[in-house]
Design a protein around this ligand. Structure first.
Ligand SMILES: [Zn+2]
Length: 131
């Protein structure tokens, strides 16, 4: 089970700049270190980058959700399938998944919406025997 090569993916610190999020993220998990709003002073930004880099080195990917790639719908599905592979019933897996997403993205209604859709899609596919 699982994607070949997924475990070997090199852990890297990635800069993300999106309308709803700016900051450093981990390439392997959902660890993130958001850029504080109104941080314009270059020296303050450098200090922030240094701090982010230290925090990045300290974090354990296992403590965070696996990184969701740019196509959330698709990758949410991967996440749910992982829970099922761990032995959860599909319905319970979706429940756990939604709780995790809600903790991580409680201020991002769009992501929550996508997660709910992914959960519904997943259960619908299970019911239809497509998985
Ligand atoms: Zn990580």
């Amino acid at each position: 089970m699982g994607q070949p090569g997924e475990e070997k993916k090199v852990r890297a610190m990635n800069w993300i700049a999106e309308p709803h999020f700016q900051g450093w993220t981990c390439s392997r998990c959902e660890w993130k270190y958001p850029l504080p709003t109104l941080l314009n002073d270059p020296q303050a930004k450098t200090a922030y980058d240094r701090l982010a880099s230290a925090k990045f080195r300290e974090h354990a990917c296992a403590d965070h959700l696996a990184r969701l790639a740019p196509e959330p719908g698709k990758n949410f599905a991967v996440h749910i399938r992982k829970l099922v592979a761990q032995g959860f019933k599909p319905k319970d897996a979706v429940e756990i998944f939604l709780q995790e997403v809600m903790l991580e993205h409680r201020n991002e209604p769009k992501v929550l919406e996508q997660a709910r859709t992914a959960g519904d899609d997943f259960l619908r596919r299970v019911r239809n025997g497509l998985l």
